[in-house]
Design a protein. Structure first.
Length: 215
């Protein structure tokens, strides 16, 4: 019983210390003479101009060599098929005995990248006819997302300003920090051929009076 009390007391002290540390850390990051600190978020979307997806070839053989050769032949056909659409890269390959059965299996995995998003259905069909035995869903992207990220950042700052005004502080923006900037939203399906980026910022505002007092 005494040992249990000691453990409980230690846990309480540790929790209190962590809480105090968190409070101090927050206080240290709050600028002097700050009027209000709010978070702003925004999500912006743009049509994708790049698409990637992965696929696999799986072949069977009576021995390891025949299984591997079938996979190699199929891979050559897949590379040739995808030439007109974009870039194809082999990411991994293996050959091994089949578990619990006679024979061997060989696998090759690929990553496909294309700018021809409108031809996605046709190219995936062509790949399966060339020998690909499985296909994964598509991920959409932008060749250059810098403009979209800047747009999201500006929109997040505007959101923070609107929140500050709603809380009764329509003062000057003193400082802003980016907290996160990352892709989000649907990433598969032809109807979702777009890229979404979400940005979160932490903004600190003055009132005009506090601004004068801080000088």
């Amino acid at each position: 019983m005494k040992g249990k009390r000691i453990l409980l007391a230690a846990a309480f002290l540790l929790t209190a210390a962590l809480a105090l540390g968190a409070t101090s850390a927050f206080a240290d990051t709050l600028p002097e003479n700050a009027c209000l600190c709010v978070n702003g978020t925004a999500t912006v979307t743009a049509p994708a101009d790049l698409c990637s997806f992965s696929g696999c070839i799986r072949t069977l053989g009576d021995d390891l060599g025949s299984a591997a050769q079938k996979a190699e032949d199929a891979a050559l056909a897949v590379f040739e098929c995808f030439k007109e659409y974009g870039d194809a890269h082999e990411t991994y390959s293996c050959a091994e005995p089949m578990y619990g059965q006679n024979g061997f299996t060989a696998c090759k995995y690929f990553l496909f990248t294309t700018e021809r998003i409108g031809d996605l259905a046709a190219m995936r069909k062509a790949l399966t006819e060339a020998g690909l035995t499985s296909l994964d869903g598509c991920c959409y992207d932008l060749k250059d997302d810098s403009a979209l990220r800047s747009q999201a950042l500006n929109a997040a700052i505007a959101d923070a300003r609107a929140k500050a005004e709603a809380l009764g502080c329509g003062g000057e923006l003193m400082r802003v920090e980016e907290q996160c900037c990352c892709p989000c939203g649907p990433q598969s399906g032809a109807q979702d051929a777009c890229v979404c980026i979400t940005v979160s910022v932490r903004a600190v505002f003055f009132t005009p009076k506090e601004r004068e007092n801080s000088r």
